[in-house]
Write a protein that binds this ligand. Structure first.
Ligand code: HEM
Length: 394
């Protein structure tokens, strides 16, 4: 699988997928102006200390600051806690568990269109989570081609974006186009928020319109930005999770046989896939003050990229980290982050993965990758996920 990482065209920056470790766990990258952190204990420490390692990274990227209001991922305590508490009502274990029949229904409808071959991403792994999150929010799932255009525009760069003043013209163009896509998605959501204010329905956007935190209601901008986080975070990552899990299983026939024979292992296979090919490869933080991480002094106001995907291969935490092992127990993988920003949608992503994988294996017991049509990965250095996975079903 390590050699396959090259053939699949995974971004070369993701050296851990080739079984390599960095020269140093914490280091400054001149080219991007950011600190790169790859080690498990170092990342765990940064994620557990939001007072020192702030999530408000947009303050160093002023062009993006228009979208920080109501963006849960950008908030620090105490604001983070207030908004998180409020929106958590929409993601209670019961709300998520109640979605199971609908997730199964959508999966079956999508599988009904498959014949002897399928392209997993286009046929199932992309539409399923988008339809689910769109229905939950209350925006028309039929607009999913638009979401795809906007979100693809945000993530299709192969370069690491730099925060230093001297961006290349290519980076500059990418950044401008990504911000344009964000703007279009924001306009689209704001229109829906205004409609819900006038006429509430039984959906998440209406709940957010009506919700109060300490007697204060959320503004249109806050709801729009939160909706945007959900729509973006809520679908491309789950798409990658489904594709990656199938790919990992297919590349390890002994493990695939085990999972096919004992479906109670499906959740463990999903956890191991999150560790082995972590879809959201990095999260970022900014230092509020001078601090030390992994024995390295980092000044205040510095941007850090925490490579959770690399930490998930840290031999100090995981025995045989480059071995895909569905029986790994415990498996404290960091694919959903850790601490106060731990992925809000993790229960939903896990449920979608479990339902879809089980139904696929029920209907297509012979399912395997197409040896004549190789999978393709997203080109972004911050994402690890298939964007095309041709399958033979019978
Ligand atoms: C946060 C990964 C699916 C919504 C996060 C974080 C990670 C992550 C790593 C932490 C970010 C940080 O610490 O800065 C993933 C992966 C997914 C997935 C790998 C699928 C396999 C979802 C879904 C939703 C969602 C389905 C929504 C329905 C969120 C939200 C946050 C978040 C709202 C921010 C939480 C906060 O800041 O308090 N996710 N996610 N994610 N995720 Fe997910």
């Amino acid at each position: 699988m390590t050699a396959l990482a090259d053939t699949w065209g995974i971004n070369a920056a993701q050296f851990w997928l080739r079984g390599q470790r960095p020269d140093r766990e914490v280091g400054y990258e001149e080219a991007t102006g950011m600190w790169e952190v790859h080690g498990y204990p170092e990342i765990l420490r940064a994620l557990s200390d939001p007072a020192t390692f702030s999530s408000n990274t947009q303050r160093l990227v002023p062009e993006a600051s228009g979208f920080s209001e109501g963006n849960l991922t950008q908030l620090d305590p105490p604001d983070h806690q207030k908004l998180r508490k409020l929106v958590s009502h929409a993601f209670t274990p019961k709300v998520v568990a109640d979605l199971e029949p609908r997730i199964a229904e959508i999966t079956v409808e999508l599988m009904d269109q498959m014949e002897d071959r399928a392209e997993l991403v286009a046929d199932l792994a992309y539409p399923l989570p988008v339809i689910v999150i769109a229905e939950l929010l209350g925006v028309p799932a039929s607009d999913r081609d638009k979401f795809k255009r906007w979100v693809d525009g945000m993530f299709n760069s192969t370069n690491k974006v730099s925060i230093t003043g001297d961006r290349s013209p290519e980076d500059e163009a990418y950044f401008a186009s990504a911000m344009e896509q964000v703007g279009e998605l924001a306009n689209y959501l704001t229109e829906h928020v205004r409609e819900r204010r006038a006429e509430p329905r039984a959906d998440l956007l209406s709940k957010l319109v009506e919700a109060e935190v300490d007697g204060v209601r959320l503004t249109d901008a806050e709801i729009t930005n939160f909706g945007m986080v959900l729509l973006v975070a809520g679908h491309i990552t789950t798409t990658m999770l489904l594709g990656n899990t199938l790919l990992c299983l297919d590349a390890h026939p002994d493990q695939f046989a085990m999972v096919r024979a004992d479906r109670s292992m499906v959740p463990a296979a999903i956890e191991e896939s999150l560790r082995f090919l972590s879809p959201f490869a990095a999260v970022s933080r900014v230092t509020n003050e001078e601090t030390e991480l992994g024995g390295v002094r980092i000044p205040a106001d510095q941007m850090l990229l925490l490579w959770i995907a690399a930490a998930n291969r840290d031999p100090r935490q995981f025995a045989d980290p480059n071995v895909f092992d569905v029986t790994r127990d415990p498996n404290p993988q960091l694919g959903f982050g850790r601490g106060i920003h731990f992925c809000l949608g993790a229960p939903l992503a896990r449920l979608e993965g479990k339902v879809a994988l089980n139904l696929l294996l029920d209907r297509f017991p012979e399912l395997r990758t197409d040896p004549d049509d190789a999978p393709e990965f997203l080109p972004s250095p911050n994402m690890t996920g298939v964007r095309r996975l041709p399958l033979l079903l019978r």
